[in-house]
Design a protein around this ligand. Sequence first.
Ligand code: NDP
Ligand code: 8X3
Length: 251
Amino acid sequence: MKPIACITGASSGIGEATAYELNKMGYRLILLARRADRLTQVVNNIKADGGEVFSAELDVRNQTAVADFFAQLPVEWQEISVLVNNAGLAQGLSKIYEGDIAHWDAMIDTNVKGLLYVTRAVTPGMVARKSGHVINIGSIAGKEVYDNGNVYCASKFAVDALNKAMRMEMAVHGVRVTGIHPGAAETEFSVVRFQGDEERAKKVYEGFENLVAADIADAIGWVVSRKPHVNINDLVIMPQAQAVAGVIIRK
Ligand code: NDP
Ligand code: 8X3
């Protein structure tokens, strides 16, 4: 039986690219996201490529829906080997004293609480089977704070802490845990951050060669294919032109 990987936020960007990568590597895929139409496109692409997929429209912020979804998985989809905690977003860029409370709630509820809800539902099986691999998508924003990034950075610092905590607690049960921390990757991330303002989003990636989603998916593929005794703890992956979070060398 082919191993199963579950990817949250698989309807675009890094999650979508990771779905294609892990399909190529022979995983069966559980793909989750809120936008059913976009998820269906990804599922169709994978099926056209001979892959096996179980997908669902799921908002990781809804704890009851998350718990029910995993509790009700068909038996042949229950043994998840790889969990990619990828669903996440930034909302806005502003001083903390001018911040939008709804943006803060969305980031904390998705990036921190959503990741926890999914992890709580999936990892008991890994612990019981004494095997599995959790990949947490953090960010360079979880390693360095940048101007106006405050709450997004805080949410990703929390992911960094949870990644370390998971590894500490699950190593004894044979479960691997890896944090992947990208710098600027052109996905729908900035369009979402700027509430659909595509012009503003495009400017973020002007004048340098940004990362693309496939660069991160490639790293995830490498991480999960190491020998079982090897755990890649943490990968910080940056565009060559981005020296630190807030410094991009533009031509
Ligand atoms: P995208 O906006 O392209 O993808 C985000 C994905 O997350 C979408 O599939 C979206 O699906 C999903 N998502 C968002 N909120 C929820 C939710 N409540 N429930 C379920 N799924 C959700 O951006 P990226 O691919 O860039 O982002 C993926 C991850 O990478 C995020 O955690 C982001 O913080 C992180 N990251 C991105 C970087 C970048 O520069 N792009 C750099 C560092 C980290 P839907 O809207 O359909 O629910
Ligand atoms: C995304 C990286 O630096 O664009 O997490 O906020 S950054």
